[in-house]
Ligand binder design. Structure first.
Ligand SMILES: [Zn+2]
Length: 242
């Protein structure tokens, strides 16, 4: 099992460089005893970056979570037992974090205002999209949604990440709002992402520690996807220096 270094708390989402040991090397991939690379999943793209070791370096093209967490490499493949340094493409990862936290805030606002659930989402570094159902929304309401989101983003709200028993979470929040009722019943312990005073829900993704890092959200497209499903596409603008 690979220890996922970004899981434990908010600060761990900022690990950009880490040391690890190769536990498996096969074909074009390696498995590590621990990693800070986020594997593709939950609408968030895989991290990319580099692995470096004594006498070698390889690009991490993609990280996939199958039965094991595979770091797919371009270049030489280090042997089992090799100590390696991993380094994330931080600009890309931080963009995904900003997009992901914003997605939680928009999803929460849409649920509170219209009772529509998030039925899909795909994050990228330059734009992202969220599908809501059932939802009908006009341009005026969309503008209001954008303003409400930006007001929250400007408040420098803290984001905390922690573990909690599912039963404890279920007793204190609206299960539909966080899509908790859709999680398999076998899942008893959850990793929670909480945007201070705004949104609480289970999520395995990576997030900023404060909304002040996000900047301004702009809705750039509204699409009707049929079956009462509406797709909202947004982008973020901010002169970042993190
Ligand atoms: Zn999430």
């Amino acid at each position: 099992m690979t220890k996922m270094l970004y899981m434990s708390d908010s600060e761990s989402n900022y690990i950009k460089r880490f040391e690890a040991e190769v536990t498996k090397a096969k074909g074009d991939y390696v498995v590590l005893d621990q990693t800070a690379f986020y594997p593709l999943g939950g609408g968030q793209p895989s991290d990319v970056g580099y692995l470096e070791w004594d006498g070698g370096k390889a690009r991490v093209k993609e990280v996939l979570k199958k039965s094991v967490v595979k770091h797919i490499l371009n270049g030489h493949i280090p042997k089992v037992g090799t100590r390696v340094w991993g380094e994330l493409d931080w600009e890309l990862r931080h963009a995904h974090m900003r997009m992901h936290t914003t997605q939680h805030i928009i999803s929460g606002l849409v649920y509170d205002r219209y009772g529509a659930r998030t039925v899909g989402n795909q994050l990228y570094s330059d734009h992202s999209r969220i599908d809501f159902a059932p939802l009908k929304i006009d341009q005026e309401s969309l503008n209001e949604l954008e303003s409400a989101c930006n007001e929250l983003l400007s408040k420098n709200l803290n984001i905390s990440i922690y573990e909690e028993d599912r039963s404890v979470l279920e007793a204190r929040i609206d299960k539909r709002r966080a899509n908790l009722d859709l999680l398999p019943s076998s899942v008893k312990r959850l990793r929670i992402v909480e945007v201070e005073g705004v949104d609480v829900g289970p999520c395995a993704g990576t997030h900023v520690r404060n909304t002040g890092e996000i900047g301004t959200m702009k809705i750039i497209k509204l699409q009707n996807k049929g079956k009462e499903t509406v797709r909202i596409t947004y982008e973020l603008t901010y002169p970042l220096a993190v």
